[in-house]
Design a protein around this ligand. Structure first.
Ligand code: GDP
Length: 336
């Protein structure tokens, strides 16, 4: 192997971290869990090690299909993911389930993590289930989940599912880190209008109406409503119109049809380059988000900014200085 092809910058890794990297590459779940714990740590030295481990693993990432699944509590997310996961394992695939749960940052309690979920799946060797990182802002939680996703790919998982709830910006955030974003809905008429109001119809690549077994007629009505709602929008890609499918996660009906749509999506967008372009766009936007938050932190901690901020805030509040004048004065302070 030529030096420039070497996937691992061994010179940067300690022996212990090299063992961790090798363990992840060998698909060992304990190593994967340890590596995720490392990236979730807020300690400065851990963060530095985590980035080195991630860089070493980066060449082995990117091969999985990344699917986002969102739905209100009770929509059937865990029932669906479990049924899908068990079926995927039967097809010879390995899957990882990660969660982005912003509720922990809003209410201090976790919607996705409180109960024992996906019991069958969690016992399977071919599945890796990780609850949401629990600290920090939505941006912080999402950043850790993005990195955890890369680690899972390096560990050889073919399908990565990122689960979230319809709280705040979490759906948009998750849609920004996956290949395909799927809304899991109940057969309740009018939910499409809620979704339109919240602006999430635009980010859906697929809509799944779950619990179709309860009321077939209501399911058909809701399915038609969703089709109309999606039809009103210009699709994000000329090569993909988001499908609306109905299924019953509880009775494991419609799982095969769901997966057929996932395959169709890839078949439609991979040859055109859109699939790869979406990932490139996501990676760059992730980079810019980190730059933005880093700059903001640098700004707030800058001694000159800290010195003049209180008086400028007062002055803006009192209407003596325009917000723009104050902002430019503070930004100017950064130059010195
Ligand atoms: P989550 O909060 O979105 O993860 O929802 P759960 O998967 O925990 O499901 C909530 C409830 O709905 C549970 O009692 C499930 O058994 C039930 N459920 C899930 N999927 C279906 C379905 O397809 N049909 C019916 N009848 N019940 C379902």
């Amino acid at each position: 192997m030529k030096l420039d092809e070497a996937p691992v910058r061994a010179d940067l890794l300690s022996t212990a971290d090299q063992v961790l990297v090798d363990g992840v590459l060998a698909g060992q779940r304990r190593s994967l869990a340890k590596a995720i714990t490392l990236i979730e740590s807020t300690r400065g030295d851990h963060q530095q090690r985590a980035q080195q481990v991630l860089n070493a693993l980066l060449p082995s990432t990117g091969k999985a299909i990344r699917i986002g699944i969102s739905g209100v509590p009770g929509a059937g997310k865990s029932t669906f993911i479990e049924a899908l996961g068990v079926w995927l394992i039967e097809q010879g695939k390995k899957l990882a389930v990660l969660a982005v749960d912003p509720s922990s940052t809003v209410s201090g309690g976790s919607i996705l993590g409180d109960k024992t979920r996906m019991e069958l799946l969690s016992q399977r060797e071919e599945a890796f289930i990780r609850p949401s990182p629990s600290s920090g802002s939505l941006g912080g939680v999402a950043e850790k989940s993005r990195e955890a996703m890369l680690l899972c790919e390096a560990a050889g998982y073919d399908v990565i599912i990122i689960e979230t709830v319809g709280v705040g910006q979490s759906e948009t955030t998750v849609a920004g880190m996956v290949d395909l974003f799927c809304l899991l809905q109940l057969p309740n008429a009018g939910d499409d209008l809620q979704a339109i109001k919240k602006g999430i119809v635009e980010i859906a690549d697929m809509v799944v109406i779950n619990k179709a077994d309860i009321d077939k007629q209501a399911t058909a009505v809701v399915r038609a409503q969703w089709r109309n709602a999606l039809h009103m929008l210009r699709p994000a890609s000329p090569n993909w119109s988001p499908p609306v499918i109905a299924l019953s996660a509880l009775h494991k009906q419609g799982i095969v049809e769901f997966w057929a749509e996932i395959e169709k999506y890839q078949a439609a967008l991979k040859p055109t380059g859109e699939f790869a372009a979406k990932r490139q766009h996501q990676a760059l936007s992730w980079m810019w988000q980190l730059i933005d938050s880093g700059l903001r932190q640098h700004f707030r901690h800058h001694p000159r900014v800290q010195a003049s901020l209180p008086s400028l805030i007062q002055s803006v509040e009192a209407g003596q200085t325009t917000p723009a004048t104050a902002a430019y004065a503070l930004l100017d302070a950064l130059k010195h």
